[in-house]
Design a binder for this molecule. Structure first.
Ligand code: AMP
Length: 542
C-alpha cells in the first residue's frame, strides 16, 4: 500500500470544544437551569469550565475508560460535563430520568458508573437508588449547593470544580477510545448500551453539520429541544461547537409557551425535537396568535412527523421541516433536505417527499430485506426490514454477549433496525412501522403510523394512536385512540371520513375511542405496549 502523507491527528471530542473555545468567545450559550435562572455564557467559558470538570474528575480518581453518569436537563452545566468527561477519556453515560427508578438503577449498575452528575430535580431518584448502585462513589449535584438530602456522598458541582485545578491540556487519546454510552429504551427486554467512540462522534457530528444533515453552521441560533440524555441530544451539543453556533438550552420547562418565548427572545433560527413537542407548539401558536419569525427550519424525528404538521409550519409560519430518522444505535440515519430535482417540483410533490422519513445520509448505508433475508427493491412501495451499517452505527452492545440485533454477512455486519420501511431510488425512506407494531389484518399489513398521521389531520384531533387488537375474523384490526382538542366532542364518523382519502378502505379503524392522554415512553414515543395492555379487554362494535 502506498500510504497517504497526511498528518496523524486523532478525531477527538476535545478538538470540538477547543475549536469553539478558540474562535467563539463572542458566541453565546444561553441556558435555563432547574431553578429557572437564565445563565448566559459563551463557548470560551464552556471550554474553560469543561477543563475544570476534567481536573476535578481526575482529582476524584476517574481514569480513562471509567464510566461517569449524568442525570440532567439541557443546561450549561450538563454541556460542560459532556466535554469534561470525554476530554480525559472517561465515558459520558447519559441516563434518561424519565425511566422508572428500577430501570435507572439497572442501567447505572450495568454501566458500573463511578460517579454520577445529578440535577437537584432528580435528587430523590438518586436517594432511592443509591443503596443499590454500589459502584457510584460520589453524586455531584448540578447546582451551587447541595439541597437537603439523605445522600451521604453528595457534593455541589460549583464547589467541586472550584476546589480542583483545571486540566490545562486534554490528553491525545486513541480516536477509537469509548466516549459516550447511551442505553436504548428497552421496550422489550433489558436496555442495551450503545457505546460510541470519539471517532464515531466526530464523524457523525460532521454529518450533522453538512447541508444535507442538519446544516448546523455559525450563523445559527439553535434551540436544543431534544433532551441531552437521549442520543446525545442528536449530536447537536457537539455540532454547535464544531460550527460555533449560538446554543440555547431550555432547561426543564419544555412547555410550548416556554419554547416559543425562547425562540422569540433568542432569535432562534433552527431547532430539533420529536413531533409531540412541535404539535403542541403549533397548537399554542394557533391559539395565542403568536409568531416565530426568526425560526426558519426544524429537524423533526424520533417518531413519525404527520404531514399536517409540515403543512401548518410551512404554510402559516414559513418554517421548513426536515424529517429525520435515526436510532440510539446511530443517532442520525437520514434527513429531509430536498434535492435539486425536488426543489423544482410543485407543492404536493414536495410535501409528499417531506412526509417520508428523510433520505439516506452519507455515512449510514441503508438496505431492505424480506423475511428470507433477500434484498428488497428500492421501488418506493415494497416493504422490508431496514438494515443499517456505517462508521457511527453500533457494531455490538456494551457488555452484551447474546446479540440478535446484528447480522453477519460476507461483507460485514449489519444492524437490524426493527423498522419496516420502503425505500425509493432517490434514497427516501418511509417507515411503515416498528416490526412489532404493524397491524396484521387478514394476513396483510396495516401501518399504524400512517393511520395516526392521517388521524392527526382530522378536525378536533390533537394526538392519535393506532394499535392492533385481536379480532375473531381478521386476526387483528386497528383501534384508533384520539386525544381531542380542548372543548371538542368525539365524532368517530367525521374522523373516519377525514382519514378515508389517505389510506386503503380496509385500513380504516373499526372503532375510534377518545382518551384523556396517550402514554409515551421515556423517549417520547407512543407506548403501544401500554396501550395494547390497557385495551386488552376491548370489545369491537363491529
Ligand atoms: P430511539 O433509539 O429511542 O431513538 O428509537 C429509534 C426508533 O424511533 C426507530 O427505530 C424508529 O422506529 C423510530 N423513529 C425514529 N425516527 C422516526 C421517523 N422519522 N419516523 C418514524 N419512526 C421513527
Amino acid at each position: 500500500m502506498l500510504r497517504g502523507l497526511n498528518m496523524d491527528r486523532q478525531l477527538l471530542i476535545s478538538s470540538l470544544i477547543e475549536y469553539a473555545g478558540r474562535n467563539h468567545s463572542n458566541t453565546e450559550v444561553v441556558a435555563t437551569d432547574s431553578t429557572g435562572r437564565v445563565h448566559r455564557t459563551n463557548w470560551t467559558q464552556v471550554h474553560r469550565r469543561a477543563q475544570q470538570v476534567s481536573g476535578a474528575l481526575r482529582a476524584s480518581g476517574i481514569k480513562q475508560g471509567d464510566r461517569v453518569g449524568t442525570i440532567g436537563w439541557n443546561d450549561h452545566r450538563h454541556l460542560e460535563v459532556y466535554y469534561g468527561i470525554t476530554g480525559i477519556g472517561s465515558v459520558l453515560h447519559t441516563v434518561n430520568p424519565r425511566l422508572r427508578e428500577e430501570q435507572i438503577a439497572w442501567i447505572i449498575n450495568h454501566a458500573e458508573d463511578q460517579l454520577v452528575f445529578v440535577d437537584p430535580d432528580f435528587l430523590s431518584v438518586a436517594e432511592t437508588i443509591a443503596p443499590e448502585t454500589v459502584s457510584v462513589r460520589s453524586w455531584i449535584v448540578l447546582a451551587d449547593e447541595v439541597p437537603e438530602t439523605s445522600l451521604r456522598n453528595a457534593v455541589a458541582y460549583e464547589e467541586w470544580i472550584k476546589d480542583n485545578s483545571p486540566i490545562e491540556e486534554w490528553p491525545i487519546l486513541d480516536e477509537w477510545s469509548a466516549a459516550t454510552l447511551c442505553y436504548t429504551s428497552g421496550t422489550t427486554g433489558n436496555p442495551k448500551g450503545v457505546m460510541q467512540s470519539h471517532r464515531s462522534i466526530v464523524l457523525q457530528t460532521w454529518a450533522t453539520c453538512t447541508g444535507d444533515g442538519h446544516d448546523v453552521n455559525s450563523s445559527q441560533s439553535i434551540l436544543l429541544a431534544v433532551p441531552m440524555f437521549h442520543v446525545n441530544g442528536w449530536a447537536i451539543p457537539f455540532a454547535a461547537a464544531m460550527a460555533g453556533a449560538k446554543l440555547v438550552l431550555p432547561g426543564p420547562d419544555m412547555s410550548p409557551e416556554s419554547i416559543v418565548r425562547q425562540i422569540q427572545e433568542e432569535n432562534v433560527t433552527f431547532s430539533a425535537g420529536v413531533p409531540t413537542i412541535w404539535l403542541s407548539v403549533v397548537q399554542h401558536l394557533q391559539e395565542s396568535g403568536a409568531d416565530v419569525p426568526s425560526l426558519n427550519r426544524l429537524a423533526v424525528g424520533g417518531s413519525a412527523a404527520p404531514r399536517s404538521l409540515m403543512d401548518t409550519l410551512e404554510d402559516d409560519y414559513e418554517v421548513f421541516v426536515s424529517h429525520v430518522w435515526g436510532m440510539t444505535e446511530m443517532t442520525q440515519g437520514s434527513a429531509g433536505r430536498f434535492t435539486h430535482k425536488v426543489v423544482g417540483l410543485d407543492r404536493e410533490e414536495k410535501r409528499y417527499r417531506q412526509a417520508m422519513a428523510g433520505r439516506e445520509l452519507y455515512g449510514v448505508e441503508l438496505r431492505l430485506i424480506d423475511g428470507e433475508g433477500n434484498d428488497v427493491e428500492r421501488d418506493g412501495v415494497t416493504p422490508g426490514e431496514l438494515l443499517a451499517r456505517g462508521p457511527w452505527v453500533a457494531g455490538s452492545y456494551f457488555g452484551l454477549e447474546d446479540d440478535s440485533t446484528h447480522i453477519s454477512e460476507p461483507d460485514g455486519v449489519w444492524l437490524r433496525t426493527g423498522d419496516v420501511a420502503t425505500m425509493d431510488s432517490e434514497g427516501y425512506i418511509s417507515i411503515v412501522d416498528r416490526a412489532k407494531d404493524v397491524i396484521k389484518s387478514g394476513g396483510e399489513w396495516i401501518s399504524s403510523i400512517e393511520l395516526e398521521n392521517a388521524a392527526v389531520g382530522a378536525p378536533g384531533v390533537a394526538e392519535a394512536a393506532a394499535v392492533g387488537l385481536p379480532h375473531d375474523r381478521w386476526g387483528e384490526r386497528p383501534l384508533l385512540l384520539v386525544v381531542l382538542e380542548h372543548d371538542k366532542e368525539l365524532n368517530p364518523e367525521e374522523i373516519l371520513e377525514s382519514i378515508k382519502p389517505h389510506v386503503a378502505s380496509w385500513w380504516l379503524p373499526n372503532d375510534v375511542v377518545a382518551v384523556e392522554e396517550i402514554p409515551h415512553t421515556g423517549t417520547g414515543k407512543i407506548d403501544k405496549k401500554v396501550l395494547r395492555e390497557q385495551f386488552s379487554d376491548f370489545s369491537w362494535s363491529n
